[in-house]
Write a protein that binds this ligand. Sequence first.
Ligand code: KG4
Ligand code: ZN
Length: 402
Amino acid sequence: MVRAQGLCARAVSGWARGAAQCSARLVLGIDTSCDDTGAAVVDETGNILGEALHSQKGTHLKAGGIIPTVAQKLHKEHIENVVQEAIDKSGVSPCELTAIATTIKPGLALSLKVGLEYSLKLIEQYKKPFIPIHHMEAHALTVRMLHMVEFPFLVLLVSGGHSLLAVARGVSDFLLLGQTLDEAPGDTLDKVARRLSLKNHPACHTMSGGEAIEYLAEMGNRMQFELTQPMSQHLDCDFSFAGLRNQVNQIIIKKEREEGFQMGQILPCVNDIAAAVQHTVTAHLAKRTHRAILFCKKEGLLPQSNPALVVSGGVASNEYVRKVLSIVTEANGLSLHCPPPKLCTDNGIMIAWNGIEKLRAGIDVIHNPKGIRYEPKAPLGIDFSEQVKIAALKVPYLKLKT
Ligand code: KG4
Ligand code: ZN
């Protein structure tokens, strides 16, 4: 608690100045759900007063994946500095905060634990209310910090841990239309990148798998490899990426054999493989999203005027994904909204903003957080996927060429 005491001392000197200048409500947001330690102070109008992020990407890239105990250790090492930096940059004192909002679900148990325990200490020290945050709800609502997309809207959340389609009906009111049955698209791209040994590629060794695939795909020809669309016989909004990854692995093995390459060497056709994977993942996302739009229209789940699709999560920072989804939204009369890439990947800002949304709606503002627990697994909203399956809507052909 040495640093926290430091915060308190600064709080005393900052109190009079801050209180005089600022009447808006302010939330400190903290995220440690996976492999990034993020914190931010955001005000009621969506101004980001201060933010800080410590990424563990480099460590996990070297290790070939996220090791939960390593992630936890790094969160423990960095959380205090990250929170301190966000508060320092904001120029407000902890006493001026209206509440502290922290991701408590879903995520890696060991990582969530660090964020929750640290937040509870701050709450105790500064006597602030606590706002527990669902990480996926925060991804879904981030865009509203930038411009007010009104409820209800359709949302596609695609990250390293999730792939889901839902109707956002309110701040904490979601209808789940479909989700992945196996792995998430970011996870698939990360694993393909690893199998292609892209950490040995001079241009991509510092990039996440998804970023590296996007970078290489730009120079590749996706037509060089034929990949089968996942779940084309299933007329629902669920996703599956594990079979696709298997197909790609087979191609890589075959190519390594043909070229006489060892695992670890970069194949000459790496750009073409990246382009084919990126396209197939994107086409799968687009097809399910198209069906979700048709389902929402049929069931009257979206407004008649200005219906909107929001896309967020790490994979939503991909330009190709965005372009292809814009073809789908344009063909169906929806507007498309994606936060900037920096706000698509994990960050503390989206958690602070979700805190603001909950504060305004009077939801989950907890004054005695004693019984609060983190939940590694947590569904998003009410499961409506059975109704989507029963509707079994066919999606008309749409040319997805960008
Ligand atoms: O939302 P996020 O930061 O963390 C999770 O909650 O999972 O998403 C991280 C995922 C990683 O799998 C990463 O490879 C992927 O997002 N990603 C991308 C891109 N940038 C990050 N995937 C495709 N294209 C990108 N440009
Ligand atoms: Zn995330």
